[in-house]
Design a protein around this ligand. Structure first.
Ligand code: F6P
Length: 317
């Protein structure tokens, strides 16, 4: 294989993965063609040949130097055929896709329907990619959210106020549970579990009688809206409550050491796989071991060990 295309979604650590892919490919004498704006750019032929120096000074940068977008056209047969045409017209023999479940599902379509040798690299703050321990970006997102939470706690403690903090994660409670545990939060609402607002308010009221007034409730965006929960808590307890939505700050920022190292390992492994003729697979870490997993498994939901985390959070609060 002489030429491989590379397209990405965005989150912290993706640039470090781009660097790893480009430099590993260069090491093996393979050329990397960067595809801008994700699948939309693949359809439009927005490409540029990369070399080792194209990826200098990006290991610490958030986002993606390749830019990205959501592509409705790629969901259609016509869009997919145009994407394949770009690959053929530019002698691109294989493709590495860095992104979350949506991007990796697209990668599977190209491999299965159009026989393109494709390898996926999971990168999403949601950490909802099945069958692997970690996707690139999730560790940074948890740390960014935790940093914000520590600041919120300063006010919560000083003013003895209840805060409801909404975190991202789509339909996965990974960020919510990790942030709640690492931040010493009193309660967490997450998509994989149920909650009872009356019971939560009862605990708040009982705590209030004992003199505990500051509370932080983490809400995963896939479960509820912070504003709705804050409103209910005030209605039921008559205590002052504030909501904070952390939003996209969680997707950006300097990647943590963990994410940079993961990006280096995933990027390096992905190139080795595609060079060795593997296709329709994604790379993944399980108990610190790198594995190649069939992309068809991407659709299955991921087990994020909710019970263990929630149990500890409630014991330690
Ligand atoms: O999948 C990553 C993610 O940041 C989710 O956590 C969030 O629900 C979604 O993307 C936000 O998407 P957009 O940036 O298109 O609003």
């Amino acid at each position: 294989m002489k030429r491989i295309g590379l397209l990405t979604r965005d989150c912290a650590g993706v640039n470090a993965a781009i660097r790893a892919v480009v430099r590993t490919a260069d090491y093996y004498g393979i050329e990397i063609v960067g595809i801008f704006h994700g699948y939309e750019g693949l359809i439009n032929g927005e490409i540029k040949v990369f070399n080792r120096r194209s990826v200098s000074g990006i290991i610490n940068l958030g986002g993606t130097i390749l830019k990205t977008s959501r592509s409705e056209r790629f969901k259609t047969k016509e869009g997919q055929e145009m994407a394949v045409r770009t690959l053929k017209d530019n002698n691109i023999e294989g493709l590495i896709v860095i992104g979350g479940n949506g991007s990796l599902t697209g990668a599977h379509v190209l491999a299965e329907k159009y026989s393109i040798p494709v390898i996926g690299i999971p990168a999403t703050i949601d950490n909802d990619v099945n069958a692997i321990d970690m996707a690139i970006g999730a560790d940074t997102a948890v740390n960014v959210a935790l940093d914000a939470l520590d600041k919120i706690r300063d006010t919560s403690t000083s003013l003895e106020r209840i805060f409801v903090v909404e975190v991202m994660g789509r339909n996965c409670g990974y960020i919510a549970l990790r942030v709640a545990l690492a931040g010493g939060c009193e309660e967490v609402l997450f998509p994989e579990g149920e909650y009872n607002i009356e019971k939560i308010c009862e605990e708040i009221t009982e705590g209030n009688i004992r003199g505990k007034i500051s509370w932080i409730i983490i809400v995963a965006e896939g479960k509820a809206k912070a504003a709705d929960i804050a409103k209910k808590v005030t209605e039921i307890t008559a205590l002052e409550t504030r909501e904070v939505v952390l939003g996209h700050i969680q997707r950006g920022g300097r990647p943590t050491a963990f994410d940079r190292i993961l990006a280096a390992r995933y990027g390096n492994f992905a190139v080795q796989l595609i060079k060795n003729g593997e296709k329709d697979k994604y790379v993944g870490l399980n108990n610190d071991k790198l594995n190649a997993i069939p992309l068809k498994n991407i659709v299955k939901p991921k087990d994020i060990k909710t019970e263990e985390y929630y149990r500890i959070i409630k014991i330690l609060t």
